[in-house]
Write a protein that binds this ligand. Structure first.
Ligand code: ASP
Ligand code: MG
Length: 409
């Protein structure tokens, strides 16, 4: 029997009525003949509430204990979803991360899945149950509870779809698919019917908040067809899948914007081999993900300024680490700023078209937006700009690259 994994996000399980709706959808899939595994997030707002609680008791909570607290949101929802399914006269059973042995490394708050034991899930499906699995949580080799990072339930769902050889993984959320850009910023944003894994990786990492990036990496690696759908409508949603010719004919598929980064500059770094390795190696050791990096000569040619961005959540960790390193290595000042935004155009079509970046810069110039830093990859061009121009930049680029929805006629 074909197997399907359905993941429901926080808003989809936000209250008892919505939980009943999730139960109805899961049962409907079961009645269509699928084996069904459901993955759920915590109720909307719950993870934030729990995080805040930990902060009230400790300025810098131990990450192990923080994971014990924040993983509890998903424990509540699996139980509630199963109760709702049972009320609708179908069979279901809940599973916490450790009960299906979602084994992760020990990077608390940002753990990576290493393996999943599929046996208990297959046994449950064999009993004709809908298996309801807590997203976001796992267990490390020592038996500690871990969590997979914000939005991690998406990754739980795709990882399960991969190990269970599901025919598809459906991510149910409060929007009906992936859009060309954030519709709250640009009212001409359009829903995409299909998008390539690689494009989605860029759109997710760059701020299209629909999916956790790691889930798309997993889906790409294991070729899991990934659907983004609304749990509140019957719209067909967006399919994230392998690249095809039709996708390559489109120059730009989407515009991403992110404002959750902070920019650091380490001034006057001695210009000798090994120092960049030392700085970024130390940050990596602390699980700090570094994004755009720019190295420029400082006042004389024996020193350089090293600028780069990190997630704002890592701001304090990064600052403390850099200050320590600055003393050790003998660099100049460590500076940081947060009022920046990164705007990116993304599309597999860029691979075989010239002039796409130049067009982007011209559009920004026409709007009087100053570009602070540029970075590119094969299918993306990103510009770091002042945060106050982010929305203007997105709207102008959206129009210039022909992405605007046709006005309703
Ligand atoms: N509840 C977790 C969060 O809010 C995981 C998830 O929703 O995917 O980040
Ligand atoms: Mg989410």
């Amino acid at each position: 029997m074909a197997l399907i994994v359905q993941k429901y996000g926080g808003t989809s399980v936000g209250d008892p009525d919505r939980i009943r709706n999730v139960a109805r959808r899961a049962i409907a899939a079961r009645k269509q003949g699928y084996d069904v595994v459901v993955v759920v997030s915590a109720m909307s707002g719950e993870t934030n509430r729990l995080l805040k609680l930990t902060r009230e008791l400790s300025k810098r909570p131990s990450e192990r204990e923080q994971d014990v607290v924040v993983s509890s949101g998903e424990q509540v929802t699996v139980g509630l979803v199963v109760l709702a399914i049972q009320e609708q006269k179908a069979k279901a059973r809940s599973f916490l991360g450790h009960q299906v042995r979602i084994l992760t490394d020990s990077a608390f708050a940002n753990a990576r899945i290493k393996s999943i034991d599929s046996e208990r899930l297959f046994a449950s499906l064999k009993r004709k149950e809908i298996a309801v699995v807590a997203g976001f949580q796992g267990i490390d080799e020592e038996g500690n509870i871990t969590t997979l990072g914000r939005g991690g339930s998406d990754t739980t769902a795709v990882a399960l779809a991969a190990v269970l050889h599901a025919s598809a993984c459906e991510i149910y959320t409060d929007v009906d698919g992936v859009y060309t850009t954030d519709p709250r910023i640009c009212d001409r944003a359009r829903k995409l019917d299909r998008v390539a894994y690689e494009e989605m990786l860029e759109l997710a990492s760059l701020g299209s908040k629909v999916l956790q990036i790691r889930s798309v990496e997993f889906a790409m690696k294991y070729k899991v067809p990934l659907w983004v759908k609304s749990s509140f409508s019957d719209d067909s949603g967006t399919l994230i899948t392998e690249e095809d010719e039709a996708m390559e004919n489109v120059l730009v598929s989407g515009i991403a914007v992110t404002r959750d980064e902070a920019r650091f500059v380490v001034r006057n770094v001695p210009d000798k081999p090994g120092l960049a390795a030392k700085i970024f190696g130390t940050l990596a050791g602390l699980d700090i993900v570094v994004d755009v990096i720019v190295q420029t000569p400082a006042h004389d040619d024996k020193r350089t300024d090293l600028a780069f961005t990190v997630g704002r959540l890592d701001l304090e960790k990064t600052r403390d680490c850099l200050r320590k390193l600055a003393r050790q290595i003998g660099t100049g000042k460590v500076e940081h700023e947060v009022d920046i935004a990164k705007v990116s155009i993304v599309g597999v079509g860029m691979r075989n078209h010239a002039g796409v970046a130049a067009k982007m810069f011209q559009v920004l110039a026409d709007e009087g937006v100053n570009i602070r830093v540029i970075s590119t990859s094969e299918i993306k061009v990103s510009c770091l700009i002042d945060e106050k121009y982010a929305e203007l930049a997105v709207r102008a680029l959206h129009t210039a690259f022909g992405l605007d929805a046709k006005p309703a006629s």
